[in-house]
Unconditional design. Sequence first.
Length: 408
Amino acid sequence: MGETASKIEPSESANQADFTALDTALVRGGPESLLADLVGKLRAERRYHELFDALLLDARRRLGLEIVLTAPLDELPEPVRGQVEQAYLDACREVGALLLDAGELRSAWTFLRPLGDKSLVASGLAKFPVSEDNVEEVIEIALYEAVAPALGFGLVLEHFGTCNAISAFDAAISPRPRAERQEPAAMLVRRLHNELVEGLSTDIARREGTRISERSLPRLMEDREWLFLNNNYHIDTTHLASTIRFARCLDDPTALRLALELTEYGRRLSRQFQFAGDEPWADLYPSHALFFQALLGENVDQALAYFRERAEAAEENEPAAAETYVGLLARLGRPRDAVEAAATLLRTGYRATREAPTLLELSCLAGDYRHALAAARERNDPVSYATALLARAAEGAGGNRPKAATEP
């Protein structure tokens, strides 16, 4: 982004007095006075694009540069070049914040993007009044520019519905780290659960002649096998399958419990709606039920046995099942078992999914670097080898070990 061209339209009104005032300011106090008056005037009149140019003009004056800068920035000597770059960023911050407050989102993001400070924009968006007129702009910046993904996803879900939200999750949320996927996934699980409760309640009321207030899916379905006769269903079954898949990132017990209830509904659907996935999710709803139960501290041994069996049966060039098993061990607080499983079941250095932490991360969690060092030797990877050596040495010197599995 370069300097913008000023477009001050001449008029026959009092605008001419403004130019006279600039003449007077220069005579009265020199360039400093002139620019102070100009910057103040542009701020007061909310002429923010021109304010940006004026701030850069003042920076050139303060740094003793040519007023009309003809040389490229790259040709300026240090430290002047760094000072000019900092002045540019300072101007971006001020003008971007002003535009954000004024509700000019796209223009604000144009100025704020070079700062790399997404938290500044995210805090502004969180306070921004969203309406039908600007919701798409907010979603574009919050979700697709990854400034505030959860905020943007929530707006998609609220304004454009479940189907669009699922598409948005696949496109913009799925590539994000697991920590950033959790809140959007929980939103979607809650939405699907609520829709399904309403669908079941409506069907029950129509057939039994009474409306019930029950919110538990298992209790709503109990002793009502007729709910699923003749391939009947109460929600878009592709939405259900996608939501179950997204829910694997969850840690929150409340959201996991709702996801588990969704699997119980899915298991009762006609076989034509039992969509098969890739291993270890070929049996979609039972496999996810075990996974969610384990994360809730239930049937842990059964779940680990199931996923280990799938990992051992998978082909070497299909590592998703092994990575799922390793990742589950890490999330259950068993990093030593995870390291051993990774060394046994995963091809050295191979990582096709993000279901598991890296071998180095697992080694750090477990305080055991033997497998990481051996793998680095096998791959002829001196950087990973040095990293493992240094991490082991730091831990031996009292360095802190992470308390939970991480993900890049």
